[in-house]
Write a protein that binds this ligand. Structure first.
Ligand SMILES: [Zn+2]
Length: 567
């Protein structure tokens, strides 16, 4: 390939909106261009990288026994109504109407479509196990796309779905995908941390996320420095302190806290630290109300609360509802004196708080000296708070470290949620009908391109691992007008190509400095220079991008030398 004929629009400066390294470098290197916020074109170089990532994924999926299909982007509303996700899916899918007012969404994920597909043709246990996958464009109506290819509205994803007749079969299918993912990231040169996670909008269990540790990531994960326990922020568990036994002391005493509706304000008025306060949050699920207690210095984790209460319509109570239920305005709720119909659920840490400050359920007042189990009863203590950096590990004596990460893949067991709703049932060996048991396995293909760029770059540009580099070799011809040099460069290019080494010959009419800068910026694993020195010594210079290792070689030795340096 000749650079003089290649669409290679590199930029000296990245646009100001590109905040993270991968976004800046992919724009500058001429890999991608932005059409609108969170919507990107892949230019020839970028597409080469994307296709290589896809090919690694495809090879490993096929090797694991999965079969590739291609399903539609347009999903009819009726299908999503049947699983209840037309309204429940978060973030809300992008929706469109055709000229007959028929509604569709642009698929953010394909559980409905694949289950409907399988339901039509698979009727016997003999037709499973079956794992189908596709590599396709997905749409998410992100409120605030950011980070280049990391959080976008339109992206390429590999999604796979397994169908089995029993749990043991699901376990095997799940493990096959899990192992395939480990191999995929190994081949891509992407170090991943596999963490425990919550399934969120998908539903399911045994959820694992594959995370790339990186400061530009949008996720926080927690890793124990001793036992290796790792989980994402939605489900990371810290060890609570031992609970404290208490005896009845004086009754809690009412204190005036005018206008102190926040933890900070109460601390300021009373001169107490936040861990001496108990935050009382009122939630509503159906007709039921729950008072949820966490220590004043902690944040409630909504995922954990939702997982514990298992109420699909769980939400925070409105100020009017709070007034109705507690008798006091919002900001002054507390667990003492609530109606019996209100459940009191507390984070485990509350069990060791003594002499606490709680809301008095009346305006501008709190109670001090409240003891859980003495002054009010808690229905259940359970882990409800957000973990924080430095928390004690729940599994050992180690400490949890908070780290930023990019989620690049997930695997989880779906069970029968979709097969039951969409009648994907088969006859088992006894002739009885059973819903198929499903697993779901996703990889963010375009996001992986960004993750690799985040991990593999330096001050001069990208440093692609050979497995995904757009070209293996950039051959810089420094004097394209000299016929002798041009001939050498073209012969080397032909030799490399014949040996299966993708090479771009930079024969552009540009200064040497521009060619060197572009080669570094684009990040070809190996650079070969044919210039005046070649005419003098009969040798060309090879330099490896990742560590700067150099070598000289005669033109006829270049293929062997390049092979050594790229190995
Ligand atoms: Zn641990």
């Amino acid at each position: 390939m000749r650079a003089s004929q290649y669409y290679l629009p590199t930029l000296r400066q990245a646009p100001a909106e590109a905040e993270i390294a991968s976004h800046r470098l992919l724009l500058r290197g001429g890999f991608i261009r932005s059409l609108a916020a969170g919507v990107f074109s892949f230019l020839p170089l970028g597409l080469r990288v994307l296709r290589k990532v896809e090919e690694v994924i495809r090879t490993e999926m096929n090797r694991a026994g999965a079969m590739e299909v291609l399903m539609p982007v347009l999903h009819p509303r009726e299908l999503w109504e049947r699983t209840g996700r037309w309204t429940a899916f978060q973030p809300c899918p992008l929706r469109v109407k055709d000229r007959n007012e028929r509604e569709f969404c642009l698929g953010p994920t394909h559980e409905e479509v694949v289950t409907d597909l399988v339901a039509r043709d698979v009727t016997s246990y003999k037709q499973v196990p079956l794992t189908l996958y596709q590599i396709q464009t997905k749409f998410r109506d992100e409120i605030r796309p950011r980070g280049g290819l990391i959080r976008v509205k339109e992206f390429t994803m590999k999604d796979a779905y397994s169908f089995d007749v029993d749990e043991a079969g699901l376990d095997r299918s799940y493990l096959a995908m899990y192992d395939a993912y480990v191999r995929i990231f190994d081949r891509l040169g992407l170090p991943v941390q596999i963490v425990e996670a919550e399934a969120g909008s998908m539903g399911g269990h045994d959820t694992r996320e594959f995370m790339v540790l990186n400061e530009s990531g949008e996720d926080t994960i927690f890793i124990c420095d001793t036992c290796g326990y790792s989980a994402n922020a939605e489900c990371a568990v810290a060890r609570p302190p031992a609970s404290t036994s208490r005896e009845r002391t004086e009754k809690p005493r009412l204190v005036s806290t005018p206008n102190a509706k926040t933890i900070d304000a109460v601390c300021a008025v009373l001169g107490l630290p936040a861990d001496q306060l108990i935050k009382t949050l009122i939630y509503r699920a159906g007709e039921e109300f729950a008072a949820v207690l966490v220590r004043g210095d902690r944040e409630l984790n909504d995922f954990k609360l939702a997982g514990f209460l298992r109420a699909p319509d769980l939400r925070m109570a409105t100020p009017e509802e709070i007034e109705q239920v507690t008798g006091g305005p919002v900001g002054f709720s507390g667990p003492i004196g609530l109606p019996e119909s209100v459940r009191i659920i507390a984070d485990c840490e509350i069990a060791s708080v003594t002499d606490a400050v709680v809301g008095a359920n009346q305006a501008d007042a709190h109670l001090v000296g409240a003891d859980p189990g003495v002054d009010f009863q808690v229905e259940t203590y359970t882990d409800l708070r957000e973990a924080v950096h430095g928390d004690p590990c729940a599994r050992c004596a180690g400490t949890l470290q908070a780290k930023r990460a990019i989620e690049v893949a997930h695997v989880f067991k779906l069970g029968t949620k979709y097969s039951a709703a969409l009648d994907a049932v088969v006859d088992d060996e006894h002739g009885e009908q059973r819903p198929l048991i499903m697993g779901c396995y996703g990889i963010g293909v375009s996001r992986i391109v960004a993750a690799i760029a985040e991990i593999y770059h330096d001050d001069n540009g990208l440093v692609w691992p050979a497995a995904v580099a757009p070209f293996q070799v950039a051959l810089l011809l420094l004097d394209p007008d000299r016929e002798d040099l041009r001939q050498i460069a073209e012969q080397i290019t032909a030799d490399l190509e014949a040996a299966g080494c993708e090479t771009i010959l930079d024969d552009r009419d540009e200064r040497a400095g521009v060619k060197f800068k572009d080669a570094d910026l684009i990040g070809h694993p190996l650079r070969i220079v044919v210039g005046r020195k070649t005419a003098e010594t009969g040798e060309v210079e090879l330099q490896r991008r990742r560590d700067g290792v150099q070598a000289m070689a005669k033109p006829e030795e270049v293929v062997a030398k390049a092979g050594e340096l790229l190995a």
